[in-house]
Design a protein around this ligand. Structure first.
Ligand code: ASP
Length: 345
């Protein structure tokens, strides 16, 4: 009976998960997987033009990382290059186009982890650094610390030769309108219904989250994971989500998996989601898909958390479970085969 119910659970989780990601591979081969955020992303809230723009941006990001991996570069280099493409794109909630805090500023968080050494670097509350993921890597490689925040992180960036940019560099009208609507809704003064919204605005609202993340396996069999975000619309200034928290938003260990999370950060912190997946693999002997499903569709959901992850093991298997209607996601294998998905089905 117990066995029957576990089989049923696995069946239900498999159906819920949507299109199955990459196939199992025997020898270590390089693979890269990305997400561009999870949320109430539905076909109704999308136009063909916007959908195409997302596909193009996700493909461009995957190809940037793939170029590095195919030339024999490291998974860390691939993760940074991939995320930088998404940080530069106004479509995603990272770098340019990140969401606004309640004060009308942009504050970025990011983290990175090297699965070979389990070294990690993280930054939070940045206002002037063009590529938060690059600074997270610098913290990992050039400082004795794992996480630097706010003014201290920005001073470290200057010392490391990073150019500072004005906060306005990251601002977009679409995100400003999203903040205004969130604040009107909070005050109860917003227009009801979304008939008056442009498709772009509707998509921005549906896409409540929108962090970007990448996980990679290189030719040497090393895993790496990275995550970069503006956090959540209308967050209090100073709020820090899961994305820069090692074990919640990002985790990588060659012996288990590389994981990047996206969703309602407070729940991902409380659920220690990325590490929980690795721990299920390490201590309970679950495979990647079973571990990722159990955590995202089970334990995270039980807490009331919404979102998803991309996860990659050392054999090149990819899992991408999410418990929201959609998650921007894609992967590319050693042959350059690209798959990109937005919705559940
Ligand atoms: N997890 C991010 C945060 O809570 C948001 C997101 O994934 O979009 O800051």
């Amino acid at each position: 009976m117990k066995r029957l119910s576990s089989l049923l659970l696995v069946l239900v989780l498999t159906v819920l998960q949507g299109p199955a990601p990459a196939v199992a591979q025997e020898a270590p081969r390089y693979v890269l997987a990305i997400h561009g955020g999870a949320g109430t992303i539905t076909r109704d809230a999308m136009t063909p033009e916007l959908e195409e723009a997302y596909h193009d941006a996700l493909r461009e990001a995957l190809e940037a990382g793939h170029r590095i991996l195919s030339a024999g570069g490291s998974s860390l280099d691939a993760v940074v290059a991939t995320i930088q493409v998404m940080e530069a794109s106004p479509l995603f909630n990272a770098g340019v186009g990140a969401v606004f805090t309640s004060e009308g500023t942009v504050e970025h968080d990011a983290s990175i982890m090297d699965g070979r050494t389990r070294d990690a670097g993280a930054v939070s509350g940045l206002k002037h650094i063009e590529s938060p993921i690059a600074l997270a890597r610098s913290v990992m490689e050039q400082s004795p610390h794992v996480m630097l925040s706010g003014a201290g992180a920005e001073r470290f960036a200057e010392e490391q030769g990073f150019q500072k940019v004005p906060n306005e560099h990251f601002h977009t009208d679409r995100r400003r309108r999203q903040l205004e609507r969130a604040q009107e809704a909070e005050r109860g003064t917003g227009p009801t219904g979304d008939a008056a919204l442009t498709p772009d605005d509707r998509e921005a609202d549906a896409h409540r989250f929108g962090t970007v993340g990448a996980v990679a396996l290189d030719r040497d069999g090393n895993l790496a994971a990275g995550t970069s975000t503006g956090g959540m619309t209308n967050k209090r200034f100073g709020r820090v989500g899961d994305s820069p928290i090692i074990g919640a938003g990002t985790y990588a260990d060659n012996e288990t998996a590389a994981i990047s999370s996206t969703g309602h950060g407070e729940f991902f912190i409380r659920g220690v989601v990325a590490y929980d997946i690795a721990a299920m693999m390490r201590y309970a002997g679950l495979d990647l898909t079973a571990a990722a499903n159990a955590v995202v569709m089970g334990r995270l959901g039980d807490l009331g958390g919404t979102g998803g992850v991309i996860a990659l093991d050392r054999h090149g298997n990819v899992a991408a479970p999410f418990n929201t209607p959609g998650m921007y996601r894609g992967w590319i294998d050693a042959e350059g085969n690209v798959e990109i998905f937005i919705y559940r089905h």
